[in-house]
Design a protein around this ligand. Structure first.
Ligand code: 13P
Length: 256
């Protein structure tokens, strides 16, 4: 990374929460949030709670520095796609980010690289930043395929999105590190981030400003170490984003 940019700490709540639990969590964040934080902050909430976030953000000044994100978006614009949520709907609720291609969606919803690329395209067309997730399974890592897998996943998004590619955020999330308490070491993560940066450089002269987040058991104890790597520009946090104090500690560890 040759230019200084603010890091991004994004929480991925996954399928967790309730009206009451979300309110408690967001009030905890609002109370403890440094003003202003030294990094960009977002929470990616389940779709039914987008409106709740908006209402609370209006009421709680401490949330003014927290951007809203969603966890998925349809690859289609509109129409007969029961259960899907379009990018323009997310925009209506003021979403700044949407996660696309999370490994849980690739695994449980059979999302292909091509579908993930289309989802990124829909987000960009609506003015929403896609957080494009890539990452290898344990079997792929052990077979020495890590670089090939993440490059293939990112290549599909680069191919479909051409000159807009500098507008995305990338998240490297090794599947074996998600929810397992096992993180990549900072060196392991940095090595993959450097590969992704080089791939972006080949696609755009703006690659230095594309944020590449790390995700996978990042927590209050290991965040500073991971975020100290030159090509780690932030974190995508699952479990630890559900506890206000832990998420605030990670935010405090993220400065340029
Ligand atoms: P954990 O932080 O719970 O490992 O989850 C990471 C993740 O999948 C974020 O998208």
């Amino acid at each position: 990374m040759t230019i200084t940019m603010k890091k991004l700490i994004a929480g991925n709540w996954k399928m967790n929460g309730s009206l009451a639990a979300n309110e408690a969590l967001l009030k905890g964040l609002a109370t403890g949030m440094p003003a202003p934080p030294r990094c960009a902050v977002a929470v990616c909430v389940p779709a039914p709670y987008l409106g709740q976030f908006r209402a609370l953000a209006n009421a709680l000044p401490g949330l003014s520095a927290v951007d809203l994100g969603a966890q998925d978006v349809s690859s289609q614009v509109a129409g007969a796609f029961t259960g899907e949520v379009s990018a323009s709907m997310l925009k209506d609720f003021g979403c700044r980010y949407v996660i696309v291609g999370h490994s849980e969606r690739r695994q449980y919803h059979a999302e292909t690289d091509a579908v993930v690329a289309q989802k990124a395209q829909q987000a960009l067309a609506a003015g929403i930043t896609p957080i494009v997730c890539v990452g290898e399974t344990l079997a792929q890592r052990e077979a020495g395929q890590t670089q090939a897998v993440v490059k293939r996943q990112l290549a599909a998004v680069i191919h479909a999105n051409g000159h807009c590619i500098s507008e995305i955020v990338v998240a490297y999330e090794p599947v074996w590190a998600i929810g397992t308490g096992k993180t990549a070491t900072p060196d392991e993560a940095q090595a993959v981030h450097a590969v992704l940066r080089a791939q972006l450089k080949a696609a755009t002269d703006q690659a230095a400003r594309v944020k590449i987040l790390y995700g996978g058991s990042m927590n209050a104890a290991n965040a500073a170490w991971l975020l100290g790597q030159p090509d780690i520009d932030g974190g995508l946090i699952g479990g630890a984003s559900l506890k206000a104090q832990d998420f605030l500690t990670i935010i405090a560890a993220a400065f340029a």
